[in-house]
Design a binder for this molecule. Structure first.
Ligand SMILES: [Zn+2]
Length: 93
């Protein structure tokens, strides 16, 4: 049986590890076709233009109730800090 291993990428804002590509390529250019299914971060729109860093975007998203852009992508028993550990961040609410 043919088995293809899927490669996923991690969101620098929320740590969601099911992005279908990197938010930024190796030259640092944003992939504007990508949007995080968790925090809704949209590279090239939500970052420099608005003067947001990943951290400010993350804090804003957490303060707004950590809403998922695509609820269907949310794992059961989802845990914020477990997800944030993907990017070596922890949040104390
Ligand atoms: Zn995200």
């Amino acid at each position: 049986m043919f088995f293809k291993k899927k490669k996923f990428y991690v969101c620098s804002v929320c740590g969601f590890d099911r992005l279908r590509g990197p938010l930024y390529n190796k030259d640092g250019l944003p992939d504007i076709s990508l949007i995080c299914g968790c925090c809704g971060f949209h590279p090239g729109y939500d970052d420099d233009e608005l003067g947001y860093s990943f951290e400010t975007y993350r804090n804003k998203w957490i303060q707004n109730g950590m809403e998922w852009l695509r609820e269907e992508e949310k794992p059961t028993n989802w845990d914020l800090n477990k997800q944030l550990s993907n990017i070596n961040v922890s949040y104390k609410g």
